[in-house]
Design a protein around this ligand. Structure first.
Ligand SMILES: NC(=O)C1=CN([C@@H]2O[C@H](COP(=O)(O)OP(=O)(O)OC[C@H]3O[C@@H](n4cnc5c(N)ncnc54)[C@H](O)[C@@H]3O)[C@@H](O)[C@H]2O)C=CC1
Ligand SMILES: O=C(O)C(=O)Cc1ccc(O)cc1
Length: 365
């Protein structure tokens, strides 16, 4: 798989993050992109990520070695039809869409099986657009790869290596298994968040007391309800049956909890919460593949100007070298969390002591 010329169709949070990482890893590669709006392309061009400074027609992707489809899922699917008559026989098309079975069906229908490898980085956030793109998103995240039955094994291997070079953890799955798993750990939680946000809005008083005092748990539970409606409509539409099936199961499960509340047995309720706590805590246990290679900490950051410079100065003064530093807008913590990565575990431990000494709140996963 050559990487001399790489094309992006859609260049927002995810496409932008991957393009930035590829530019960092392959500074001589020619990267071109098109998107929905001219301003996205201008921004990416000014950032030095892509060659072109205006929107491109599809024929401009003819000589690409690799094309990333990074628009909402159904748009990605539409682009397959447009790309088929344009691309070279050795071009590989990949995507980053959150659902996989529907795009694989289209690939099959168009006879593009040899040239398609599905991809899904299990990272990101509720934010949209290139302004929030950050190659750090890819680090240490699972990156699911869904080859077709006709993808050449050598291409799968090269794709796996590329994903590793992003700092991500490759995981090869078939598209059906992917959609079942992501329906449970991503699509259902988003449905719950959308409905919870709408539910509380619908029962709030005229003086909006609930909206006013909404804090911790409500904000945590509904963070992803702030995600792009267009992107999520496309995900809902292309994994509808799996999501509906899980919604049915979940409603029954939730009803079961309601029954426990009606009959109320303190021990039974405590056990229920205990089991949930144990499962949630287990998500953070160390020893995930690749995890031990990354020496990172996360800090709560408020909006105070100069905080990052302050942290960098403390560490530099004590000769603790930083490998990577950046704001991360995703899953685990609420807002404006700073991620700092170190070259070795010792440096990380020393940084924790130093920064705690300066009253910073540190999180370690
Ligand atoms: N947001 C997230 O955390 C994650 C999203 N994904 C998937 O990545 C894909 C992109 O999502 P984000 O980057 O978050 O969205 P985004 O909204 O930040 O970016 C979408 C990009 O697609 C472009 N676009 C929209 N319609 C287009 C069209 N007709 N032609 C060309 N470009 C078009 C937009 O201009 C924008 O550049 C989606 O398929 C989504 O399912 C995958 C993993 C995580
Ligand atoms: O913001 C979050 O917590 C997310 O869950 C982001 C996300 C959205 C869509 C995906 O397919 C994968 C990850």
């Amino acid at each position: 798989m050559k990487l001399d010329k790489i094309g992006f169709i859609g260049l927002g949070l995810i496409g932008g993050s991957i393009a930035m990482k590829l530019k960092e890893l392959h500074p001589n590669a020619q990267i071109i992109a098109t998107a929905h709006s001219q301003s996205t392309i201008e921004t990416a061009h000014k950032m030095g990520i892509i060659e072109n400074d205006s929107l491109l027609s599809i024929d401009r992707f003819a000589s690409c070695d690799l094309i990333f489809l990074c628009a909402p899922v159904e748009k990605n699917i539409e682009y397959l039809t447009k790309l088929k008559p344009v691309i070279q026989p050795d071009c590989i098309i990949t995507d980053v869409g959150s659902t996989k079975a529907t795009i694989h069906e289209k690939v099959n229908e168009l006879g593009l099986n040899r040239q398609f490898i599905g991809g899904h980085p299990m990272t990101g956030s509720e934010k949209t657009g290139i302004a929030y793109a950050n190659p750090l998103f890819l680090e240490n995240a699972y990156y699911i790869i869904t080859p077709t039955e006709q993808t050449a094994p050598v291409h799968v291997q090269q794709y796996v290596e590329m994903v590793r070079s992003f700092g991500s953890i490759p995981l090869v799955l078939d598209s059906q298994k992917h959609d079942r798993a992501t329906a449970a750990i991503s699509h259902l939680p988003h449905m719950i968040a959308f409905s919870l946000a709408n539910f509380v809005e619908s029962i709030d008083d005229d003086d909006e007391i609930m909206r006013t005092i909404a804090a911790g748990s409500f904000r945590d539970m509904t963070r992803v309800a702030a995600s792009s409606p267009a992107m999520w409509e496309s995900i809902a539409s292309t994994n509808r049956s799996q999501i509906i099936r899980l919604m049915d199961e979940y409603i029954a499960f939730f009803n079961d909890l309601k029954e426990k509340m009606v009959h109320y047995d303190a021990k039974e309720i405590t056990d229920y919460f205990e089991n949930a706590k144990n499962y949630r805590d287990s998500l953070n246990l160390p020893g995930k593949p690749g995890k031990s290679m990354v020496h990172e900490i996360f800090l709560d950051l408020n909006d105070e100007a100069g905080k990052i410079a302050n942290i960098a100065t403390i560490l530099a003064y004590h000769q603790v070298n930083i490998k990577n530093i950046g704001i991360i807008h995703n899953r685990e913590f609420e807002e404006g969390v700073l991620r700092i990565e170190f070259y070795e575990e010792q440096a990380k431990e020393r940084a924790i002591l130093l920064l705690k000494g300066h009253n910073f709140v540190i999180h370690v996963r």
